[in-house]
Design a protein around this ligand. Structure first.
Ligand code: SAM
Length: 420
């Protein structure tokens, strides 16, 4: 009885919390689909890596594993670990029991494992192919910064719009408002309660309710600083384009040297009541070191906790061996607080300070796409409810959020959605 209630709430929310544990399982597709009315994200486009490996025989994954095994063998057989590698290994050893315990919860939960098995069956395929042909917003921003976006909004009587543009009647008692706006270096908002369609060069992108994007290069990010600090943000999610040796990553998106991240205006984006800052970091000790000794101090952020994102396959197993040295099946989310400008100490009593060491398990989506985990953070966000949220270096747009980056519409392309 109790279990089926939990399962029902998992189907509703996309989040399953294991009893007496810091572990949760997140079905990213279910979480995202709570944001849309007329469209839905299909599991086959989100979990495309899993759907692809199903059609090709095991050969691909076994080549990857064997090359990783070779790498591991080489690593352990060659020289002794240097100082930084030793620290990394120690961090890993500390996290290990926690990750194993969380994974154990998942493996024991037949109801979650059974729910995962149904993923393929539920999947309705998007009409268009999902790989290749992605328009590069980075290039467009350089060659055609004046490009326009046509926003089609469904406005109901409750969404007051003092200046509706050309109106067409809608059968449902709603009407459609079209707005033509600059696509780059401009705030483009869907302030309605319904999905909106944003068209650029005849290609449709889907925007969830009450969302907003600002598509620009890092040079323009200061335009997002609110004129008044009480219009600042309470939750700031950052997934920087960290430099990485992998040529694979280089072809996906442009990366930036660490010093550029020092200049992110975190203080100025912070709400007067303070903000929870959530920073994704890859498993490189050099980055962890940089965050602790330079980045957080420069941003004025105090470290609070670390969460782990443990990546699993559709059968619940880890995507690779937990102890591979250069390739871990998990990434870290470093959490910290950016103090507000108001000088009141009871700020702290307004929210639950974030607890250390949560483990979030999910099936990964496309390359470097992070699971939507805002639900797990809201209780720990200072200030307003609902909090004002911004994502920096975003490639998708969440309901209720401002998305900033040089390609925030990337995963909003209609090819990732199906019409309901
Ligand atoms: N969190 C995202 C997701 O889940 O899909 C992934 C973000 S990815 C790690 C980093 C993003 O930063 C990429 O979209 C990249 O194009 C963008 N980026 C790189 N250089 C940038 C710059 N100079 N200005 C703005 N965005 C930049």
């Amino acid at each position: 009885e109790l279990n089926s209630q939990k399962l029902w709430s998992f189907y509703e929310s996309g989040v399953y919390s294991f009893d007496d544990s810091n572990a949760v399982f997140v079905d990213s597709v279910r979480v995202l689909n709570r944001f849309y009315h007329r469209f839905s994200v299909s599991p086959s486009t989100y979990y495309s890596r899993f759907f692809k490996t199903q059609t090709t025989p095991n050969s691909v994954s076994s080549t990857v594993t064997s090359s990783l095994r070779k790498r591991k063998r080489r690593r352990s057989g060659s020289r002794p670990l240097n100082e930084r590698e030793l620290i990394a290994l120690q961090r890993h050893q500390e996290a290990r029991p926690l990750l194993l315990a969380a994974h154990e919860c998942l493996l024991k939960s037949t109801e979650v494992l059974n729910a995962l098995k149904t993923l393929k069956g539920e999947s309705s395929c998007s009409t268009r192919e999902c790989d290749g042909g992605q328009r590069s917003f980075v290039d467009l921003g350089h060659v055609a910064p004046q490009l326009e976006v046509t926003l089609s909004l469904r406005v109901s009587d409750t969404d007051a719009d003092p200046h509706p543009l050309p109106k067409e009647d809608f059968p449902s008692g709603q009407c459609c408002v079209q707005k033509v706006l600059r696509a780059f270096n401009n705030v483009v908002a869907n302030d309605t309660q319904d999905d909106a369609v944003a068209e650029i060069l005849s290609n449709p992108y889907i925007m969830p309710r009450e969302s907003c994007f600002y598509m620009s290069d890092l040079g323009q990010i200061r335009n997002l600083i609110p004129a008044h600090a009480d219009a600042g943000f309470n939750l700031i999610m950052v997934d920087p384009p960290w430099e990485n040796a992998s040529a694979h990553q280089k072809s996906r998106y442009q990366t930036l040297p660490n010093r550029y991240f020092l200049s992110l205006p975190i203080k100025q984006l912070t709400h007067t009541k303070g903000a929870l800052v959530a920073l994704w970091v890859t498993n490189r000790e050099k980055l962890r070191c940089f965050i602790e000794s330079e980045l957080f101090p420069t941003w004025g952020v105090s470290y609070a906790a670390t969460f782990y994102w443990l990546k699993v396959k559709e059968n619940g197993s880890l995507i690779c061996d937990l102890d591979l040295f250069h390739h871990r099946p998990y990434e870290c989310l470093i959490l910290g607080y950016s103090p507000g400008k108001v000088n009141n100490t009871d700020n702290l009593s307004e929210f639950k300070p974030v607890k250390n060491d949560r483990v979030i398990m999910s099936i990964p989506g496309d390359y470097s796409r992070k699971p939507p985990i805002a639900d797990l953070l809201v209780d720990h966000v200072p200030g307003l409810k609902p909090p004002r949220c911004i994502e920096l270096f975003a490639r998708e747009i969440l309901a209720g959020w401002v998305a900033w980056g040089n390609e925030p519409l990337y995963f909003q392309d209609s090819k990732y959605f199906v019409k309901k």
